[in-house]
Every structure is written in C-alpha cells, then in structure tokens.
Design a protein around this ligand. Sequence first.
Ligand SMILES: Cc1cc2nc3c(=O)[nH]c(=O)nc-3n(C[C@H](O)[C@H](O)[C@H](O)COP(=O)(O)OP(=O)(O)OC[C@H]3O[C@@H](n4cnc5c(N)ncnc54)[C@H](O)[C@@H]3O)c2cc1C
Length: 367
Amino acid sequence: MCRFVLGTGVNAAREVEAVVIGAGQAGLSAAYHLRRTGFEPDRDFVVLDHSPGPGGAWQFRWPSLTFGKVHGMHALPGMELTDADPARPSSEVVREYFDRYERAFGLRVRRPVDVRAVREGSGGRLLVETPDGTWAARALINATGTWDRPFWPRYPGQESFRGRQLHTAQYTGPEEFAGRRVVVVGGGASGTQHLLELAPYAATTTWVTRRPPVFREGPFDEGAGRAAVALVEERVRQGLPPRSVVSVTGLPLNDAIRQGLADGVLDRQPMFDRVVPDGVEWRDGRKVAADVILWATGFRAALDHLAPLGLREPGGGIRLEGTRAVADPRVHLLGYGPSASTIGANRAGRAAVRDIRRLLAGEPLAA
Ligand SMILES: Cc1cc2nc3c(=O)[nH]c(=O)nc-3n(C[C@H](O)[C@H](O)[C@H](O)COP(=O)(O)OP(=O)(O)OC[C@H]3O[C@@H](n4cnc5c(N)ncnc54)[C@H](O)[C@@H]3O)c2cc1C
C-alpha cells in the first residue's frame, strides 16, 4: 500500500510515484503502461476519477449516439473491442468495455473521487487534493478530458430568449423536440448528428455555423491524420489553446451526411447576429422563429484544478513538449490538443509513462 507521509491522521497525504487523474481512454492507457512497466496500483500509482462508473465521457453520451455512428473508436492498448453491436448506444458499449479492461489489468480505479486542486508540496512532490484525501506524487498524469467543460459562446440577446437553450452535453435524443422549431449552432460532428436525428421529429431545423463547414471526401488515411495532428501540435507548442483534432480533420462525407445535404437538412446558414425572445436574427433583418437553440459548440479542456501550478502561458494554453508540460516536467497532459482522440490518447499514455520513468530514474528527459 502507499505510505502516509505528510501531515498526520486524517490529513495525511498518501505518497505514491504517480497519480493519474481521469479514467477515460487517456487515463486508462497511461494506467495500462504504468502497470506493464512494473508500477503497482495503490502502492506506486493511483487512478482517480470523479464519474460514477467506467467509460470516461462516453458514459454520458446520448443514447441515440449508437456505436455505429461514432467516427471510429480505437481500442485501448492490450485488449481489442470485438463484436460490438453497432445498433447499441456507444455509452453502453464503451462502459462495458472499459469495465472489463479495468478488471482485466487490475487498474483499481478509485471513483467517485473528485480532484479539486493540484499544488506544490514539499520534497518536490505534487499534492493532489480531493475530498477523499490527498496524494503526494512525484509525477502527475492529467487525463481529465473536456466533457465537464461545455463551451457556450455569448451572443447578444441570449438571455432574452423565451424558448429552451441547451448544449450538446445535455442532449439526450430527438424525441423531446417533436413539433419544435430548433436552431442548431455548430459545424462539428455533434452538430450534424443532432440535425440528422432531429429532422424527422422537429417542426423545422435551422443549421448555423461561424465558418462554412468543410466536408472531407474519401477515406481519412494516416498521412492526412498526421497532418491534422501536426497542426494542433504546433499550437500547443506555442502555448496557444488547442483546437480539437476533429476541427482540423473536417467532416467525413458519409452516406448519412450526403443524404442530409441532398434533403436540405444540412443547409448551412451563416451565424446569426443576435438572439431575440422568439428566435434568432441576422443583421440584414432576416429572422428565424425558434423554440429551441441547441448549442453544439464544443468543449474546452477541464483543467481548473491545475490552476495553482500556474502552467498557463500568456496565450491561454499550456505549452507541451510531447505530453510533458514545459513549465513543470512532472506534469503530463493527455487527451489535450494533439492527443484529443482515442488513438491520440492511446499513444500519449505510452509516451507519458516512458517519460515519467526517466524522470523518476533521474535520467535526462527527451527533448
Ligand atoms: C460527442 C463526442 C463524440 C466523440 N466521438 C469520437 C470518436 O468517434 N472517435 C474518437 O477518436 N474520438 C471521439 N471523440 C473524442 C473522444 O471522446 C476523446 O478523444 C476520448 O475519448 C477522450 O478521452 P479522454 O480520456 O481524454 O477523456 P474522457 O473520456 O472525457 O475522460 C476524462 C475522465 O476524467 C474524469 N475527470 C475529469 N475531471 C476530473 C477531476 N477534476 N477529478 C477526477 N476525475 C476527473 C472524468 O470523470 C472522465 O471519466 C468524441 C468526443 C465527443 C464529445
């Protein structure tokens, strides 16, 4: 078991080599590689997650997002995800798979444990503070994803709207919008999926996006993937807030999207200029009446608990070398920027553990 070293009694901090925050794709990949390279759960590392069960953010995704509709989920390292029924909700498929995975590799995720703050401790250790106690770690793997920080842009008149406003994070399926006039905001995968689902139920749908959507023809090969990741990586290297990988890959032109374009469901309008009590309006006087505004405007990295470490650059992002924070080599961010995809998260887990092993052994870190 981990040792109690700092403080006394109930306030004692439990000392471990590494703490992993988050048990989504990124956190589990890191935990797998820690375990594989000889780190013992509980004694050498702990995985803390504040969600009620396995599955990372997938456990919260809307039931109509079936496994067949996701863009391609890569299996975690060391265990394939086989025979998943494409008609089942991805939330269930992934929850069950992550559960099997955690048990197969004995990862002993502690949940629900909410990390409130990470701050400097004594002896070069980081204190990871939770209502369930504090851990004192020599290295930190932060894999907290984005689901907890839905992004709502601000538009004039938003508070005057008499209908309902919700974000993708609160969407549970199209049925409740039967007969309603819905405006969907956002040009990402979630926005188009919402529109295609809502169209048969809603009285009207209107799609608005800031930039014209970019549809991608043909398969997304490895070269294109690498180029997209490199774009995000460059921003992170400069200390700018990352754009999501999906935002630089474009929208795949699959059969459902093709049909939506042909039917006019995906007839994109430029972003409106203001919200009015009964709809949205453009500067030229055009107006669309609406009962619902669905903000499919994405998510931001959930990193508030790292604020005491002062890692943010003036540009608003956290500068990384690989997965390692340039400002603090003990801290790795996984699922952030270039590793914000299931395949990226897998790779990041391996890279972070390799780097942390060097750090703990006192060896020079890779440039
Ligand atoms: C709607 C949607 C669909 C997507 N579809 C795809 C797809 O098809 N293919 C693909 O590759 N990617 C997809 N992505 C992106 C994909 O979800 C991620 O890249 C990947 O699954 C995220 O894994 P993660 O481990 O970084 O984060 P998450 O799965 O979000 O896991 C983070 C974990 O950290 C925990 N946590 C957060 N804060 C704290 C805290 N303070 N204390 C303790 N625990 C905390 C959370 O409870 C959560 O379990 C999609 C994203 C969205 C929003």
